[in-house]
Design a protein around this ligand. Structure first.
Ligand code: PEP
Length: 263
């Protein structure tokens, strides 16, 4: 059984906070990377149309290959803040350097720790001292225990507003970017009081598998989903092959609307 003391984490401010946790379901969606104001606004409108209440968007992109687009940095943070103003969606964005945590926290409503930084203890320490909720992604090679200990690092610095995000782990399978660990959803809900959302986008790495994985995550009891959307995936600067738009996004929205009655 899931623990009965599971927490709700609230994102945003001003009386319009968005809950993440038991008793609700939260869709976090937006572009993998902020590329321009128009692209981010377009993605945010698509996300809101699909039922998202939180906007994701990367300002700092830690890419596997060093020669490619690494994000617009502070310019992207400004764009995200403008799009929040225009749409009412609160902003979730990744921080990759402890030196940038104050800056990112001054724009974002929720700070994302990416899979590659799950055990970056200087970064965990730094976000643990912030007064903003944290989205902590599971590392590609992290066991559930290691993931929960990373959350504990943040909590021990004083910030207990943590949402865990299962985004797939590395296995022998190379047909997908990572292998979505569905068992981790109910397992973490038994071991921890923290909400757990699922990112099928970065697990699948390909658009056609995202909705089926999202449905599986919902059925396994996820507290929400994190999904990449892009107004023009074919021309995306980052990971267009896994961004939803059009028919797949409508399917995703309908999967979220038909949540099982257990909620
Ligand atoms: C992302 O969400 O933008 C991302 C890069 O995901 P991950 O850290 O899970 O690879």
């Amino acid at each position: 059984q899931a623990r009965t003391d599971r927490s709700v984490v609230w994102v945003g401010s001003g009386g319009r906070e968005v809950p993440v946790g038991p008793g609700t379901f939260t869709l976090i969606a937006g572009p993998c990377a902020v590329e321009s104001a128009a692209q981010t606004l377009g993605a945010a409108r698509l996300a809101a149309g699909a039922g998202a209440t939180l906007l994701r968007g990367g300002a700092y992109k830690p890419r596997t290959f060093p020669g490619v687009f690494q994000g617009l940095g502070k310019d992207a943070l400004r764009i995200l803040a403008d799009v929040r103003e225009a749409t009412g969606l609160y902003v979730v964005t990744e921080v990759i350097d402890p030196a940038d945590v104050d800056l990112v926290a001054s724009y974002a409503d929720m700070l994302q720790i990416g899979a590659t930084n799950m055990q970056n203890y200087a970064l965990l320490d730094s976000v643990g001292r912030q007064n903003k909720p944290i989205l902590l992604k599971r590392g590609l090679q992290a066991s559930v225990d290691e993931w929960l200990m990373a959350a504990e690092y943040v909590a021990q610095r004083g910030n207990c507003e943590i949402v865990l995000c299962e985004r797939g782990i590395r296995t022998f399978e190379t047909a997908t970017s990572a292998t979505l660990d569905l068992a981790a959803i109910p397992l973490v809900q038994r071991l921890s009081h923290l909400p757990v959302v699922v990112d099928p986008t970065h697990a699948a790495g390909r658009r056609d598998l995202i909705v089926p994985l999202a449905r599986a995550a919902i059925a396994a009891g996820a507290d929400g989903l994190l999904i990449d959307v892009h107004p023009d995936p074919e021309n995306a600067l980052v990971d267009g092959a896994q961004a939803l738009a059009g028919a797949e996004l409508r399917e995703l929205a309908s999967a979220v609307r038909q949540l099982p009655p257990m909620l």
